[in-house]
Design a binder for this molecule. Structure first.
Ligand code: FES
Length: 134
């Protein structure tokens, strides 16, 4: 603990005071080659700190998960595929398009709760057999 105290209270301030930091921008043009060589470690450390902070901030943005359409249906599968015989559809069938139905792939009305909560407007796909086809 004492070495940390010495570093921040004595060594670091002494090092910073020793840096050839001109008070004006024009002063940098008057620095000698040796002055610039003394500045290089300090500039590299500052650049590394800025890079590290920026990278940390950007990486946090990337880790925020994007909302998923499918919240719970067959999550163990790489793809949800439903196959039905068209003859089993009957005269009318409603297929879920909101991915919230407990009877998926059929609509159970869960889209109403989703629409209220998310201020959305999704609804089912209705398949109707044309009465003329019978
Ligand atoms: S429950 Fe999903 S569309 Fe109706």
């Amino acid at each position: 603990m004492e070495s940390l105290h010495a570093f921040f209270k004595i060594i670091l301030p002494k090092y910073l005071r020793s840096l050839p930091m001109p008070k004006t921008l024009a002063g940098y043009a008057k620095l000698s080659g040796e002055d610039w060589m003394n500045l290089i470690p300090f500039v590299l450390i500052v650049m590394f700190m800025v890079y590290s902070v920026g990278k940390t901030i950007l990486s946090r943005r990337k880790t925020v998960p994007k909302p998923k359409v499918n919240q719970s249906i067959q999550k163990e599968d790489s793809k949800v595929v439903t196959q039905m015989d068209i003859e089993d559809i009957g005269d009318k069938m409603a297929f879920c398009r909101c991915w919230r139905s407990k009877k998926f792939p059929l609509c159970d009305g869960s889209h109403n709760q989703h629409n209220s909560a998310a201020r959305d407007n999704v609804g089912p796909l209705l398949l109707l057999r044309n009465a003329d086809d019978k």
